[in-house]
Design a protein around this ligand. Structure first.
Ligand SMILES: Nc1nc2c(c(=O)[nH]1)N[C@H]1C(S)=C(S)[C@@H](COP(=O)(O)O)O[C@H]1N2
Ligand SMILES: [Mo]
Length: 347
């Protein structure tokens, strides 16, 4: 059977990964979630025509060809990418936006060059504080606002990859071919696809995608009163069994993943009785910075009945995943535990 995404909107194309495809450490590229504010370019740009410009608070403005970019030292990093709105439909309160369940997240191994090496070629002026990235995708809608986002210079220098490859292949068209930014451990909105222009600035970029959305503010307040969404929050998800699955009594492997953005997941606890008692899960597979950890919990399901299984993550800095996420007007960052509750019928 051909793997498929759960499509939420066709135009722009927004689709999430079904939970059964979140069980491997690397999310297969074919089912990796897709989130777009504008139109995915119709075809791959020719690499001969493609250029990356670097401008603003730099000593030398640069215009790099693809070959010139690829001559910089090669960088490889795993990174779990999550859309800021992931989990929105599982919030207690309704907020507008794409109705993600748990599949607005995926892990891949990305390769390319470090943004810091590109910035070093251009040379930073002492006034440089923020790095704005612009993609060449065409906006949808009458306002025609381009997807431009800036990140603080410190993040750009410390841990931001410019990726030309995803899981060992050229970046697929819908994930930003031929180049995308990846602020490692930060939400998708900080990871501009189809990257063509880098603007080094004194101030953050101002515009719709910086000031009106991707901010955490209470309903009815000015978006600008809220913080810009940056790092991905601590969260555990259950990938198997599916909600409302029917399973026979006996040994049941509960599978899941847990991620912590820039932090490291230290432990995942699992409850099979709706949160009354908890026991630690066991980690399986690779353990890399910025990447999720897969885990399993072997459960002896003895009697028939309804069970509520839950998972909760803890990081190495002593933080616990909240039982309920803090609410904000746009429903970002739902990392509450309740969304992982599933009803299991024992046959
Ligand atoms: N140029 C451009 N970059 C973009 C976007 C976009 O619409 N245009 N969407 C952002 C958002 S909100 C997310 S969650 C990620 C999604 O990346 P993916 O489609 O590769 O999964 O891309 C980000 N980068
Ligand atoms: Mo996103």
């Amino acid at each position: 059977m051909k793997p498929t995404l759960r499509v939420m909107t066709e135009q722009p194309f927004n689709a999430e990964t079904p939970a059964e495809h979140l069980t491997s450490w690397i999310t297969p590229t074919a089912v990796f979630f897709s989130r777009n504010q504008g139109a995915i370019p119709a075809r791959r740009i020719s690499l001969k025509r493609w250029r990356l410009t670097v401008e603003g608070e730099v000593d030398r403005q640069l215009t790099l060809t693809f070959d010139e970019l690829c001559r910089l030292p090669r960088a490889i990093a795993a990174d779990t990418l999550e859309c800021s709105g992931n989990g929105r439909s599982l919030l207690g309160e309704r907020t507008s936006g794409n109705p993600w369940t748990i599949g607005g997240v995926g892990n891949a191994v990305w390769a390319g060059v470090w943004l810091r090496d590109v910035l070093a070629e251009a040379g930073l002026k002492p006034t440089a504080r923020h790095v704005a990235c612009e993609g060449f995708d065409t906006p949808l809608g009458t306002a025609g606002v381009k997807f431009i986002r800036s990140i603080p210079l410190a993040k750009a220098l410390a841990s931001t990859l410019l990726a030309t490859e995803m899981n060992g292949e050229p970046l697929p068209l819908k994930h930003g071919y031929p180049l995308r930014a990846l602020a490692l451990g930060w939400t998708g909105a900080n990871c501009v696809k189809w990257l063509s222009r880098i603007m080094v600035r004194e101030q953050p970029w101002e515009g719709f995608y910086m000031d009106s959305v991707y901010r955490l503010f209470p309903k009815g307040q000015d978006p600008r009163s809220g913080e810009v969404v940056t790092a991905i929050k601590l969260k555990a998800i259950i990938t198997r069994p599916q909600p409302a699955a029917k399973i026979a009594t006996g040994s049941v492997a509960i599978l899941g993943a847990a991620y912590a953005g820039e932090a490291d997941v230290a432990r995942v606890d699992v409850s099979t009785d709706g949160g009354a008692t908890w026991r630690p899960a066991e980690f399986i597979g690779p353990h890399e910075p910025y990447a999720w950890r897969q885990w399993q919990f072997l459960w002896e399901a003895r009697g028939p009945g309804q069970y509520r299984i839950m998972a909760r993550a803890f990081d190495t800095e002593g933080r616990a995943q909240p039982m309920e996420a803090a609410l904000n007007a746009l429903g970002y960052g739902n990392n509450g535990v309740r969304e992982h509750a599933v009803a299991v019928t024992i046959a």
